[in-house]
Write a protein that binds this ligand. Structure first.
Ligand code: GDP
Length: 478
């Protein structure tokens, strides 16, 4: 992983910044031979990318006389190891001589440099940050490590120059489903999926697929139908849970990797256990996937648990295909010629689809398929749709296209309260998988959800992104 170093003299707010950036993901390097005790390493994730971060000034001697040499040593560590260096100064005090010394050293080193002018808690203070340009840094950013303002901009700039690296294999320490259940006894935990990971470089020839859904909707039957047509190549991936096994199907030069197929087949002993397990599995499988197949039992329609699992899929940033299974049962007739599922949702596909969409509103971007896994009906279309949405989520729109798009949008049509409205100067696509757009606006506000929806739909009308959620990020210009 690329490394970001934080430097600065004591009391400028380095550790506050470090803690804000790493949250709880920090580790103090122990007394191992060859490793200095005073460097604190942590990990950070920004817009789907990971980096390591080091606070070079973990321990600074109290002795004033020692400070310059300590500063020198810090700078050397940063220059030797880091891919980017963030120097922190206190924006509320005059520049001190250690600031000058450190900046001179860093500027000579030739590494990408960023000057974070800290303690700029209010907007009016932020203009003062400009005074620090005389240190000679090109990138000067006002921040408040304490309040969190300016941190996003700082990270944007830093990650912009970091080298792209492959993300590492998932950690080997993931809990098994049973262990997770033992840890969590008070009912299903419906918090959003938190540990979002990007999957490094995209292998356009392979798509990782999660089959998710509540018990008995037909997940294992679908898996069998998808993998059974051809001999599936079963391959365990190093570093995953002991019982995690993927099955890979090759078709037309494309690999479809079904993640953790042992998990898809696993059944809970009681109904409650099975339901809990299906949620835990869904979240685990989503983490490892690019595309998810949300399986619904046609004879039962969308239940609360389906909606919950669908919610996780939506939050995870993975692409989603809604698969309505057991469609054969909806059209079966009894000996008397009457429909077996009379009184249940209508078997007319258009009407039925509308009911599903009404119950899963947030997944309005997900294609919907009717299949019968048991009869092997319409299985081919699953492969086709997976390939389509896998491609769509990697699509990139240029800033030029985006600007022309913005000119066309009629923002009067967005139903957002006047005081929640923001002015968008321009926007760019900052990431793919899922497509993520940065909006440069006049105010630093969270987008109103109906505005996000409106803009997302406008983007879809113009550019597609079929099956993928669209993420937004605000960058306020003041
Ligand atoms: P899972 O718990 O989601 O993995 O569900 P299973 O794959 O074990 O399926 C649950 C039950 O539904 C089994 O009895 C399957 O035979 C049945 N089933 C699955 N798919 C279909 C289908 O397309 N049509 C019919 N009629 N039954 C199905």
């Amino acid at each position: 992983l690329p490394l970001i170093a934080i430097c600065g003299r004591p009391n400028v707010g380095k550790s506050t910044l470090f803690n804000r950036l790493t949250g709880s993901r920090r580790s103090i390097v122990g007394d191992e031979p060859g490793i200095t005790r005073d460097r604190i390493y942590g990990e950070i994730e920004w817009m789907g990318r990971d980096a390591r971060i080091v606070d070079t000034g973990g321990v600074i001697p109290d002795d004033e006389a020692l400070i310059p040499s300590e500063i020198f040593r810090q700078a050397q560590v940063a220059l030797d190891e880091a891919d980017a260096i963030v120097m922190v100064v206190d924006g509320r005090t005059e520049l001190a001589s250690p600031d000058m010394e450190l900046s001179r050293l860093l500027l000579r080193g030739g590494k990408p440099l960023f000057l974070a002018v800290n303690k700029m808690d209010t907007e009016s203070m932020q203009v003062q940050a400009e005074n620090f340009r005389r240190l000679g840094f090109r990138n000067v950013l006002p921040i408040s490590a304490e309040h969190g303002s300016g941190i996003g901009d700082l990270l944007d700039e830093v990650f912009d120059i970091l080298p792209e690296m492959e993300t590492e294999e998932p950690e080997a320490t993931m809990l098994t489903a049973e262990e997770e259940m033992a840890e969590d006894e008070d009912g299903p935990d419906f918090a959003p999926v938190r540990r979002l990971r990007s999957h490094g470089e995209y292998d356009s020839k392979e798509t990782k697929i999660a089959i998710i859904g509540r018990p008995n909707v037909g997940k294992s039957t679908l898996l069998n139908a998808l993998t059974g047509t051809q001999r599936a190549i079963v391959s365990p991936i190093a570093g995953t849970t002991r019982d995690a096994v993927d099955e890979v199907v090759e078709r037309g030069g494309h690999s479809f990797r079904f993640v953790d197929t042992a998990g898809i087949r696993r059944k809970g002993k009681t109904k409650l256990m099975a339901e809990k397990l299906s949620v835990i599995m869904a979240r685990k499988h989503l983490e490892a996937a690019d595309v998810s197949l949300l399986v619904i039992d046609a004879t039962e329609g969308v239940a609360a648990l389906d909606a919950n699992i669908g919610g996780y899929a939506h939050e995870s940033g993975r692409s989603v295909i809604i698969v309505v299974n057991k469609w054969d049962l909806m059209t079966k007739t009894g000996p008397d010629g009457m429909r077996l599922f009379d009184g249940k949702p209508p078997s007319d596909q258009k009407v039925y689809e509308q009911q599903v969409r009404d119950a899963l509103k947030y997944l309005d971007y997900a294609p919907l398929l009717f299949i019968s896994a048991a009869d092997g009906k319409n299985i081919e279309s699953v492969f086709k749709k997976v390939e389509l949405v896998a491609r769509e989520r990697r699509k990139r729109v240029t800033t030029g296209q985006m600007n022309r798009f913005l000119e066309r949008v009629d923002f009067q049509k967005a139903s957002v309260p006047m005081n929640k409205r923001v002015r968008i100067y321009y926007m760019t696509q900052a990431a793919v998988a899922p497509p993520t757009f940065v909006l440069f606006t006049d105010k630093d506000v969270k987008l109103h959800f109906s505005f996000e929806r409106f803009l997302g739909n406008q983007i879809r009308d113009s550019f597609g992104f079929i099956g993928s959620p669209i993420w937004f990020k605000i960058k306020a210009r003041n």
